[in-house]
Design a binder for this molecule. Structure first.
Ligand code: MTE
Length: 308
């Protein structure tokens, strides 16, 4: 007999956040933005995003203040508070996303009009940063697989490469050589097709704040946070494993795969525990950030100490 396996972010309708509460939270968030209480959100921020389904994780989401005020986005500075402070110069609308490389159907998408046609979902994911902290974030987005299918990759395309905007006028940090700009990331094709990988266009029921990677960013919850590339302008299908920013910068510390793995330490610190932002106690880090049931099969037979 076969059982339908539900991923752990899926809850039956009855157990999901009741729509009233969900709308209530959105309205609270909208009110805070209008009052200028949220960094990077102004009264002119776009209206709340309508997401069709509410899928959830049975864990308390990290506060909106932390999600939007404690960020890594080196294009706006190296300190956690810098992106919220400095990302006002980013203009996320209009925004063009180009999908190309080894595909049958290259796409040039106007992100605003495209988002308005999409059926969006809320998904609450654990995110684990390589520096040892984690958050639980209610993302709004759609499966990356939908974009892959729309572009119809050729059979020789084995990897997907993502590229962030590279405009020093909008991103003051590009003047400093913290990384070899633009920020680039990559996934193997099966990883890109995994239903857990999403392109996020919002969080907490609203469009993405600039500091979180407006208007469109990747979310790969079983990998360390640096795989979740922000403010994407290009998605290309390629034959060979692409060079990624952190792997290029420090290959002994950051591998291409970057799967959350408590058994493989960063050369300068342990990866066995993490601190959830908002908590003081340490938690044990779970293999694949707790999503092993959904993703471990993709790596069967691979030496994950070598391919870290
Ligand atoms: N994307 C770009 N373009 N530039 C960056 O510096 N930082 C990465 C990732 N995506 C980064 C990026 C890192 S190290 C992390 S932990 C996550 O974004 C943080 O996402 P958050 O600020 O939305 O939590």
């Amino acid at each position: 007999m076969r059982y339908l396996q539900r991923p752990d972010w899926h809850l039956p309708e009855a157990a999901a956040t009741p729509e009233g509460l969900f709308l209530g939270r959105r309205q609270i968030v909208a009110g805070m933005a209008a009052a200028g209480l949220l960094p990077g959100m102004t009264a002119a921020a776009p209206a709340a995003l309508a997401s069709r389904r509410t899928v959830s994780l049975n864990e308390e989401p990290t506060s909106l203040e932390a999600v939007t005020g404690y960020n890594n986005f080196y294009e706006f500075g190296l300190d956690k508070g810098d992106p919220a402070e400095n990302s006002g110069t980013l203009r996320p609308s209009p925004w063009t996303l180009k999908v190309g490389g080894m595909v049958n159907k290259p796409l040039t998408l106007d992100v605003d009009s495209w988002i308005s046609k999409l059926s969006l979902e809320e998904r609450v994911y654990r995110m684990r940063c390589v520096e040892g902290w984690s958050m639980v974030i209610p993302w709004v987005g759609f499966p990356l697989a939908a974009l892959v299918k729309a572009a119809e990759p050729l059979s020789g395309a084995k990897y997907v490469r993502f590229t962030t905007l590279n405009d020093p006028k909008q991103m003051p940090g590009l003047k400093f050589p913290a990384l070899d700009w633009p920020y680039r990331e990559g996934l193997r094709m099966d990883e890109a097709m995994n239903p857990l990988a999403i392109l996020a266009v919002g969080l907490y029921g609203r469009r993405l704040p600039n500091q979180n990677g407006a208007p469109i960013r990747l979310v790969v919850p079983w990998k360390y946070g640096f795989k979740s590339i922000k403010s994407i302008v290009a998605v290309d299908f390629v034959e060979r494993q692409p060079l990624t920013s952190w792997n290029q910068s420090q290959p002994s510390e950051y591998g291409f795969y970057s799967n959350v793995n408590p058994d493989v330490d960063h050369p300068r610190w342990s990866q066995a525990t993490e601190r959830r932002i908002g908590e003081f106690r340490k938690r044990a880090t779970l293999p694949f950030n707790g999503y092993g049931e959904q993703v471990a099969a993709m790596y069967r037979g691979m030496d994950l100490k070598k391919f870290f």
